[in-house]
Design a protein around this ligand. Structure first.
Ligand SMILES: [Ca+2]
Length: 195
């Protein structure tokens, strides 16, 4: 019930019984009944709101976001990627998010579903005491590079904003020369989204 109709109701409750000579007690009783009715109505609205919120949360947990308007993906590496050859694709198989389905967790390649400006970021961890060079590439052309080396483990990271045409492909691959093993266990990731 809106505030306007609530106000109207209260005014009517006050005026109408008086005009018909109702007693003060009758007026109070009518008002109390109306207040209780409003309380019940508010309680019901609160409950409905809580239920619809829970439904929305459930949809996010259960599957692809049905409200997605822009492409967005995020994935991590489950197992170590070992003996990587020069420019071999790193396949981030564990897909967290894939709004509008541009990312392929079997090939590691993101294909832009539509024209736009996109942000990409990747973090790749090297094994203890090993070098590792990787890069984010667009249609096979290196754009930015990640590098890591330490006597222990280390993560190399980089990000890039790219203007893409629908069908353009972006992925993370091993770079030539340095190292050949990327660390799994979800320490290495690849994410991107349309801005
Ligand atoms: Ca280092």
């Amino acid at each position: 019930m809106s505030y306007i109709s609530l106000t109207t109701c209260l005014i009517l409750c006050l005026l109408v019984p008086h005009s018909f000579g109702a007693s003060k007690d009758d007026v109070i009783e009518t008002l109390l009944k109306d207040v209780q009715m409003l309380k019940d109505e508010m309680e019901l609205m609160k409950r409905e709101q809580k239920l619809s919120k829970r439904d929305a949360e459930k949809r996010f947990v259960l599957g692809p976001n049905p409200f997605a308007e822009k492409p967005a993906f995020s994935a991590s590496l489950t197992n170590h990627a070992t003996n990587l050859g020069n420019y071999q694709t790193i396949i981030f198989d564990n897909v967290f998010t894939n709004d509008l389905g541009g990312y392929n967790g079997l090939t590691g390649v993101f294909t832009a579903p539509s024209n736009g400006t996109y942000f990409f970021t990747s973090t790749v961890m090297s094994h203890s005491g090993q070098y590792l060079e990787t890069n984010i590439c667009l249609n096979g052309q290196t754009k930015v590079l990640m590098y890591s080396y330490d006597t222990s483990f280390e993560q190399g990271a980089n990000s890039v904003v790219l203007v893409l045409q629908a069908g353009d492909s972006v992925w993370v691959r091993h770079n030539a020369n340095e190292g050949s093993n990327a660390y799994g266990g979800h320490w290495s990731t690849f994410s991107g989204f349309m801005i």
